[in-house]
Structures are given as C-alpha cells and as structure tokens.
Design a binder for this molecule. Structure first.
Ligand code: NDP
Ligand SMILES: N[C@@H](CC=O)C(=O)O
Length: 429
C-alpha cells in the first residue's frame, strides 16, 4: 500500500458534509485498504467557521474555499455546498488545479453538467456524482456502467425524499402539509430552500440527470416538465383512495418508440395501491428502469439524509481515488447523442379529472361530447349530486397532454361546468 495519503478537500460540512467527514475518520483503515492508500482530510470549507463541528480538527476549517481548491496538492475535492455558485466555479477551479471532483449537487449538474464534464475531460480529471440522485441508492453507476450494453427505454420513480415523506404523512396520518414539511426539514431531508423539493425542482434536476445517463443524451433542467406537490389536497387523497390508488410525486423519463426523441417530466400522479411504488414510505426513494434486454429493474433505498447520502459520496471517493492511483479516469459523457426532448404536449398518459357541475339532465352527455370531440376516450365516470350541484369524476384512457388540455379548456366554457376541481395523471398501470 502507498503510504503517502491522497488529500481530500471537503467543501461544505452541513447535513451531508459532516457525515462524509465522520465516515472518512471512523472508516479510515477500511478506506485505505480498499483504495490502496490512506485518504487525508486536508481542509474543510464552510460559511460559519465558529460553529462547533464534532470530530473536525478546527485547524482544518476555512472560509476560503477558493484558496483550498487552488492549493495544488489536493487530489479530490468533495463538493457538498449545493446551489450554482460558488459551487460551479470551485469545481472548475479544482479541475484546473489538478483535482478530481465528487459532488452531490444535482441542481448544478442538471444545469451545467455538459460544461462541467467538458472541463473535467479537458484536464483529464474525474467528475463523479452518485449522491446527486436518490441518496444512498446506487443508480448512476448501474445506468452508466452496468446497463451500458443494454437499451434503456424508461425510468420511472420517486426521487425526492422530502416530498415522499410529506405525501406519505398526509396520506397515512392525515398530517397537514406544513407540519410534515417542518419534520422533513428537521430530519435533514429538505434542500436549503425547500421550495426546490415541494415545487419539484429537485426531482426535475434528478430527472434531467437520469434521462441523460439512461438515454446517453444531454437533458437539461429546462427540458423537464415540472409540477410540484403543493396543490395536492386531502380531497385528492380521498379521490385516489376511491380508485384504489395513492398519490406520489413521480419522475418519468421515456424514450420514444422510434428512438429519435425522449421526454422527462415530474408531477404528482395517482398510482394503484398494488404498484410497488405505492408502498415506498417516508424519505425512501424507488426507481424502475426498463430496458430491452434486462426487462424491469427496481432500485430502492433511503433517498435523503446525511448518512445515506454520505454513503454514495464515499463510494465515489473510493472510485476516484483508485482512478488517481492507477492514472486513469472513469467513463465520461463526451459520446452523448443529441436526441430531441419532446414537449409535454406529446406525452401520453391517463387522467383523473374532478369537475364541479350543475346537477341536471344532459350534463353528463354534454361533458362526454367534449371529451369525444377532442379524441379523449373516457374509461369511467362517477357522478355524485346534491342540492342542484354535482361532482363529476372522469378517468380517461391514454391520451396526449395536448388533447387533455384542449378538452379541459372546452369544458371550462360549458355553462353547466362550474369549475375544474382537480386534474391528476394516473400512472403505473
Ligand atoms: N441533505 C440531503 O439529504 C441531500 C443533499 N444532497 C445535496 O448535497 C449538497 C449539500 O446538502 P446539505 O448537506 O443538505 O446542505 P447543508 O445546507 O446542510 O450544508 C451546506 C454546507 O455548505 C456550506 N457552505 C454554504 N455556502 C458556502 C460557501 N459559500 N463556502 C463554503 N461553504 C459553504 C455550509 O456552511 P455552514 O455549515 O457554515 O453553514 C454547510 O456546511 C446539496 O447539493 C444537496 O442538494 C444530495 C442528496 C441528499
Ligand atoms: N432534498 C432532497 C435530498 C436528496 O436528494 C430530497 O428530499 O430528496
């Protein structure tokens, strides 16, 4: 074993970074044995240097992250600050000064992954980011390496722990949205700004990363259709239950049958209680990958939190350190194709629509005609009336988003339709 240690600069020592530092210390001998050289924490960059940080030598703590990555003797920079800047500049500076990078920063990778990979390749360095998607679950490496000889057609799953925690609490205990979000934040699952979680930005960033790796093409955050879960109500859960379903925030990435285009979307959806994703509880994540030869694979595990995420970071750290010692780099992303990313209007799925209507003869026929005129086939209709008003629940067969939007627009113009109470996609059948 080499005795000279590989030097690691840790940028960020919050929920994830503190666990990375802890595991580097407590598992130091095991890590050295697996890598073939000891790893040494050479510096820890933070914003608030005076905070007490258990197990961290205060002499290593600095607020000057730039100086740390520019030292020239750093082998690996672990970026767990989050956000776009200064993380982006620190990562490119790290490459320029001879270091490889491990990052958990999905927001940055979804926005600037192509440029960061190009910068890494230009300098002959690694950029690894297993922790950026689905916490502890090994997903990036299986997609990038194990399935590299297969053809992935679909990736569908729950990729945000915070929102799954909230939806699960709302469904199973009747907890309010804010109460559940506060608990998820206290447990270290939420992003620094939890809007990223609840409005679907975090899941959309992960969907962009997954679609890119799965389909070997470049998909950016802006390409991903996104709806958050803040408008999911107790009434939606009640409707879902009546259909034998629950509600999950899903990320769905699909390759078109002709292979020429892909879609990526994040939105709440009803899924049958019999579907394996329905039983994913708390901050757990689960992702289905469907490919030509393998069929359906399911990846499941803790999707957020300090220790689970640190597990993925440490796995990358070992891989990158091994590459450094052998003078190689891992698989890059320069061979990506440029498939078209189709707009949401072309996505085909089923819909559950709740309408408030006048309770009088002919309404049902009027509504059904609008669906037929827009080419949207109805699967089931349920009507419940009281005191001259009624609620009408329509579940459709598969239809395009564009056709559904046209239908809803026309329904709103009917004088018997008082309002559209909710529209939710139905997946997993
Ligand atoms: N939490 C989770 O479950 C998961 C998080 N991630 C990702 O990991 C990354 C880190 O998340 P998390 O640990 O939760 O975030 P935290 O907010 O807990 O930690 C962020 C850390 O970065 C430090 N920091 C912030 N700005 C600067 C700066 N300008 N210079 C130096 N240090 C800075 C903070 O310093 P200080 O301590 O002084 O405030 C803190 O130590 C993010 O990209 C996140 O998306 C990925 C998967 C799961
Ligand atoms: N905020 C994220 C953290 C992990 O990526 C989540 O809740 O999934």
């Amino acid at each position: 074993m080499r005795t000279r240690p590989l030097k690691v600069a840790l940028l960020g020592c919050g929920v994830v970074g503190s666990e990375v530092a802890r595991i580097m210390t407590t598992h130091a001998d095991d890590l050295a044995a697996r890598i073939g050289a000891p790893v040494e924490l050479a510096g820890v960059a933070v914003r608030r240097p005076d905070r007490v940080r258990a197990g961290i030598d205060p002499a290593l703590v600095t607020t000057d992250a730039t100086a740390l990555v520019k030292r020239g003797d750093i082998d690996v920079v672990v970026e767990v600050i989050g956000g776009i800047e200064p993380a982006r500049t620190l990562i490119t500076t790290a490459f320029e000064h001879g270091a490889s990078v491990v990052s958990a920063n999905k927001a940055l990778l979804a926005q600037d992954g192509a440029a960061l990979h190009a910068a890494a390749e230009e300098q002959g360095k690694d950029l690894y980011y297993e922790a950026a998607v689905a916490g502890a679950i090994p997903l990036i490496r299986p997609l990038r390496e194990s399935l590299a000889g297969d053809k992935v057609n679909r990736v569908l799953g729950i990729v945000n722990g915070t929102t799954n925690f909230i939806l699960d609490k709302m469904d199973s205990t009747g907890a309010g949205y804010q109460e559940a979000l506060d608990e998820a934040t206290a447990l270290g699952y939420a992003e620094a700004d939890p809007t990223a979680d609840v409005e679907g930005f975090d899941a959309a960033a992960k969907a962009a990363i997954l679609a890119g790796i799965a389909f070997h093409t470049r998909v950016r955050l802006d390409d991903v259709y996104r709806e958050g879960m803040t408008e999911v109500t107790a009434a939606d859960f009640a409707s879902a239950k009546e259909m034998g379903c629950t509600i999950k925030l899903l990320a769905i990435c699909e390759r078109a049958a002709d292979g020429e285009s892909v879609t990526a979307r994040v939105h709440p959806a009803m899924i049958p209680l019999t579907h394996p994703l329905a039983s994913v509880r708390g901050a757990y994540n689960a992702v289905f990958v469907e490919s030509d030869a393998s069929g359906q694979l399911m990846f499941y595990g803790p999707g957020a939190g300090g220790a689970p995420t640190a597990s993925a970071v440490l796995g990358d750290l070992v891989a990158v350190c091994r590459n450094r010692l052998s003078g190689t780099t891992g698989p890059g992303e320069s061979a990506y194709a440029a498939l078209r990313v189709s707009p949401m209007g072309e996505v085909v799925t089923r819909y559950h629509i709740s309408l408030d209507v006048a309770d009088k003869p002919g309404v049902l026929a009027q509504v059904a005609t609008v669906f037929a005129e827009h080419g949207v086939s109805i699967d089931t209709v349920r009507q419940q009336g009281k005191d001259g008003e009624a609620s009408l629940v329509v579940v459709t067969h598969r239809a395009s988003d564009a056709a559904l939007n046209g239908t809803v627009e026309a329904l709103r113009k009917l004088d018997t339709v008082r309002g559209v109470a909710s529209i939710m996609r139905v997946e997993g059948e």
